[in-house]
Design a protein around this ligand. Structure first.
Ligand code: PLP
Length: 390
């Protein structure tokens, strides 16, 4: 066995890997487990995008190394997409970085901007993968609690001057994983004000940017005046077009941050397979009915699930965006002991809130990644345990 680097040893333990093991055991025992614990989109990529890939894959030009920072045609398509969807102007050459899935950018950003020991602001609860880059870069992490009473938005007035002055980078994510909260323009204005005053770079993760319910489209951070001066937004095709396996993400906004990301990604992965870049243009610029259908599908699932849990006496607010529901755990359980109980007794898997941070305790996350009949069946099985007062 070779000794391992400190950076590797600092990587956070994969909380959810343990959960998958538990589920596999219950399945191996012969039970029909309804998996509401994971966040992997369950639908296929729309046909017209797959066809575009098939056609492009035959083009020998795409069999060579792609240009270092990606093809200009994709950067142009991204710029056109942001103008069409959010009315945001983006210069394709200086304000776009193509990423190998947004996850790479989320990991690389800390290395791009911070030296060891410098401070990052991390939402709690939050998407655990943000922590990976922080661990590799050996930075100091300060958590920003996301509380239900504040609609799961950080309350900057509760962060000390010391922490705000030290912070170099802040992660935000709306629609939010795991709480499903959405952001308002006023919140983004406040964020920009704080970021300017304290010289903090803001990274807004907009992975669920397309998924808003009741006719409300989630806001892009870049729609708020001054956003580009203080930060970037990351977007991914994984959720909007069910393309999680294709690994297409991008960052947009502040030129100096984009330049840094482009430089780092040059060194790691040159750029995505050209045919994938070409087919991504079809996703961004082609027919968008598939996105409307996807949002309608999640909304139907949300409605079915919310009705079914209210029926059993489990009270929670309906999400306005993302494909998650964030639900309170009944008294007497931790998020983990409750998730274990649901798995063992109802054969329903949910994600314990503690896996997303200390402030996630007291909640579980359900993913709307099953058809309505399975979601309703899950709620009925949970109801049969008689844990909630009606
Ligand atoms: N950000 C959030 C909040 C996510 O939930 C996910 C995926 O689950 C990602 C980023 C990763 O997206 P990508 O597939 O582009 O790496």
């Amino acid at each position: 066995n070779f000794p391992q680097s400190d950076a590797l040893n600092r990587l956070p333990k994969q909380f959810f890997a343990g959960l998958v093991q538990k589920v596999n055991r219950v399945i191996a025992e012969g039970h029909d487990v309804i998996n509401l614990g994971q966040g992997n989109p369950d639908q296929p990529t729309p046909d017209h995008i797959v066809e575009a890939l098939k056609e492009s894959a035959g083009n020998p030009e795409f069999h060579k190394y792609s240009p270092f920072q990606g093809f200009s045609f994709l950067k142009q398509a991204i710029s056109t997409f942001y103008k069409r969807e959010y009315d945001v102007d983006i210069d394709p050459e200086s304000e776009v970085a193509i990423l190998f899935g947004s996850k790479t950018g989320l990991v690389e950003i800390t290395q791009c901007l911070l030296n060891p020991g410098e401070t990052v602001l991390m939402p709690d609860p939050g998407y655990p993968d943000y922590l990976s880059g922080m661990a590799m870069a050996n930075v100091n992490i300060e958590f920003m609690p996301l509380l239900e009473k504040n609609a799961f938005l950080p309350d900057y007035s509760q962060l000390s001057d010391d922490i705000l002055n030290k912070a170099k980078l802040m992660f935000l994510n709306y629609p939010n994983n795991p709480t499903s909260a959405t952001a308002t323009n006023e919140f983004f204005e406040q964020t920009i004000e704080v970021a300017k005053a304290r010289k903090i770079c803001v990274l807004h993760d907009f992975a669920y940017g397309a998924i808003g319910f009741d006719g409300e489209k989630p806001r892009s951070f870049l729609q708020t005046e001054g956003a580009k001066e203080v930060g970037i937004e990351m977007y991914t095709l994984s959720k909007t077009y069910n393309m999680a396996g294709w690994r297409v993400g991008f960052a947009l906004g502040n030129k100096s941050v984009i330049k840094a990301l482009n430089l780092v990604q040059d060194h790691y992965y040159v750029s995505l397979f050209g045919a994938i870049q070409k087919a991504s243009c079809e996703a961004l610029l082609g027919p968008q009915d598939c996105v409307n259908e996807l949002v309608a599908r999640y909304e139907t699932r949300r409605n079915a699930f919310m009705d079914a849990i209210h029926e059993i006496g489990w009270k929670a607010d309906a999400p306005k965006g993302s494909f998650f529901v964030w639900l309170p755990v009944p008294a007497g359980y931790t998020s983990e002991s409750f998730a274990d109980l649901l798995l063992e007794k109802a054969h329903v898997m949910v994600a314990p809130g503690i896996g997303f941070g200390k402030m996630g305790e007291g909640y579980v996350r359900v993913g709307l990644l099953n058809e309505p009949d399975r979601l309703v069946e899950a709620a009925k099985r949970i109801g049969a345990l008689n844990l909630f007062k009606k």
